[in-house]
Design a protein around this ligand. Sequence first.
Ligand SMILES: C[S@@+](CC[C@H](N)C(=O)[O-])C[C@H]1O[C@@H](n2cnc3c(N)ncnc32)[C@H](O)[C@@H]1O
Length: 499
Amino acid sequence: MRRETGIRDDTAAFLADLPAPAGGARDVSLEWPGKGAWLEGGLGHDERAVPRFHRDIEGEPQQVARLLSPKLLTGFTRWDGDGATDCAALSPQDNLLIRGENLQVLATLRRRYRGQVTLIYIDPPYNTASGGFAYNDRFTRADWLSFMRARLLFARDLLAPNGSIYVNIDFNEAHYLKVLMDEVFGPSNFQREIIWRIGWLSGFKTRAKNFIRNHDTILFYSRDAERMTFNKAYLGPHDFAPRFKPAEAAELSATLEREGLAKSAVRRVMKAAQSIGLPARYPVEDVWNASSYDRLNSVAITSYAGESVSKLLGTQEVKGQKSESLMKRVIEASSDPGDIVLDFFAGSGSTCAAAHKLGRRWIGVEQMDYASTITLERMKKVVAGDRVGISKRVGWQGGGSFVFCQLADWREALLASGENPDALAGRVRALGWLLHDGAGEAWDWSRFDALPDAEQRIALTRAIAANPMPVAAGDAHDPLLALTDAENAINTAFQSADR
Ligand SMILES: C[S@@+](CC[C@H](N)C(=O)[O-])C[C@H]1O[C@@H](n2cnc3c(N)ncnc32)[C@H](O)[C@@H]1O
């Protein structure tokens, strides 16, 4: 029997509060097959065969509630510059790095952070149809839009009245996303379409028989245009592109010396020549890295900034990693120190790293295993005072802390339970998560029922191991999970309405 956990589920209220679709005969809205879909399914490397292992559960209220209800968090560890310490409680001041599928995590964050987040920056899969990413980046357009819509609806709910959201994207989906965001946030909350020139042209890129592609798009929306925080940004001399390249400056200096100018005079002339006629400051435009005032490395791509996590940690690369200077520009414009910054496609943690160094509170969410091997390791270095990214620019010396945790998952508990296949099957059936059999086929209970007993155990074990099964917050006291008292207390407090 389920024990009283003190955790309420307000999914129904969330669903009732969804923004109304654009109305009126003259309004334009984006339609696609299965628009109202609540797609459940894995989004990692193993589940590339999307949409086969996605299930649309629209019209099944209980299944929708299961997907969108708060889940349990587990494995809390607090990290500061001296290493790990016990985490017996969470405070609203805590920074959080959460490993888990972001729709589940957003549903979990909702009760505590609803209307509290000042800035959301996300850098989701661009839907490039490329297999070259560790995570899934190959959706049908309809599935990608449903995937984004669900997460944007939660994002909207989490934003504070003065909050903003920035979505980094490229040509593959930018224009569909713009219409979707108009619908979710309202056209009046559209703020800017930022064109971010991402790099210099080099060999491979220049071969296309076409104009060379060289920008990402960042869509910037507010929660409420009248109340949005915006700190107007200026470029200063530090950001300006130098008038002369190093080789040109050297040649000009040599010429001046040949003309008889002393070395010290040459230095003074060169300094003046580099800056003469430049403004003291220049407001940041919505085209980044493309004017003579905004030199490429002011918001550089990571390879130029030399801060790729693979280099920093000696690990694999997180493809698509953004630079801390890019994040600094976004964070400083749309939040103030102490505000909460959220990135639920955190990747290597660039948003979290920059937010931490800039004195913001932050929440990062990443589904892949590298949340523990890369993102966590990077953030440990940040609190210890790393010297990369924006550290020098902002005088970062280290400090602060964060809590790492993850979505609790039934898999381990079920596999360790030793229950007979019948009992185990009963439990798994009731949980309702199984999507595939771990060997490329959709899970089918009637096929399972027809198997001999011995094969049932093998089939079920394989399927359980292959399908993430987040634990509903209401199941906290199930003895099979063996959560510690501290974990139970943190989860109950986390889901309590009284912050
Ligand atoms: C382009 S990368 C983000 C890179 C990041 N901006 C950085 O600087 O490192 C997108 C990330 O989103 C993660 N992701 C995709 N779908 C997700 C989901 N449903 N839940 C959580 N993370 C997800 C991927 O695993 C990947 O790490």
